[in-house]
Ligand binder design. Structure first.
Ligand SMILES: N[C@@H](CCC(=O)N[C@@H](CS)C(=O)NCC(=O)O)C(=O)O
Length: 216
């Protein structure tokens, strides 16, 4: 299995999920600016949108979109119990993956991470922070994870919340969400994935890319 990723981008969620399942992948770094993979080939031939993550399965199928990839990993390694398998809980997982992907990732964080976004766009997005984070604050007050146990949705939420530190969003203003984030950093799969990608991110920052952020 191949995972096209950029350090600390949303593809981190797939790495975390693979580690949760006790497995790994062939990780292929994508340069956010040149859209080239580490062997110099064009990532746009893999995903014309130039977005990570992309998963190539062992059957050589290409899969894009966080929500689809994360559910694929959960199905591929059912013993890891990274997603509910029946009942309303399946819809709840899909609800959270959708919420994270749209309300948090794209509507809130993507413009804040995009150095080319005009200031009014950033302000428009930032204004969405209180309502979106309040949903999480309320939900997590009575539970440790988004669902009854750790799931791929927590992996995705962690990857997104981790960006708050390079945005004007102060996670500490949502103490329950902040405590959830801090708790997750102690999970072995997350600690490992975060450490590995933070090292790669630091190396990338040593050669800044003025026109594109690898995160959003
Ligand atoms: N809808 C896509 C969004 C993926 C996405 O936005 N990926 C970001 C990294 S977090 C990216 O590759 N950004 C590079 C760019 O915008 O050029 C998904 O859910 O997989």
């Amino acid at each position: 299995m191949d995972l096209y990723f950029s350090p600390l981008a949303c593809s981190l969620a797939t790495r975390i999920s693979l580690y949760e399942a006790g497995t790994s992948a062939h990780f292929i770094a994508v340069d956010g600016k040149t859209k080239q993979t580490e062997d110099g080939s064009s990532f746009l031939d893999i995903n014309p949108l130039g977005l990570v993550p992309v998963l190539r399965t062992d059957e050589a199928e290409l899969l894009t979109e966080n929500a689809a990839i994360l559910q694929y990993i959960a199905d591929r390694y059912p013993e890891a119990e990274l997603a509910p398998r029946c009942g309303f809980a399946v819809r709840e997982l899909q609800k959270w993956l959708s919420f994270i992907g749209t309300e948090l990732h794209k509507a809130l964080f993507a413009p804040l991470l995009d150095k080319t976004a005009p200031e009014p766009v950033r302000a428009y997005s930032l204004a969405k922070a209180p309502s979106r984070l309040a949903v999480l604050e309320r939900h997590l007050q009575s539970r440790d994870y988004l669902l009854d146990r750790f799931s791929v949705a927590d992996a995705y939420l962690f990857a997104v919340l981790n960006w708050s530190f390079v945005t004007p969003i102060k996670l500490s203003e949502w103490p329950t969400v902040h405590a959830y984030y801090k708790r997750l950093t102690e999970r072995p799969s997350i600690a490992r994935a975060l450490h590995e990608e933070a090292e790669l991110y630091k190396a990338e920052q040593a050669h800044p890319q003025p026109t594109a952020s690898p995160l959003r």
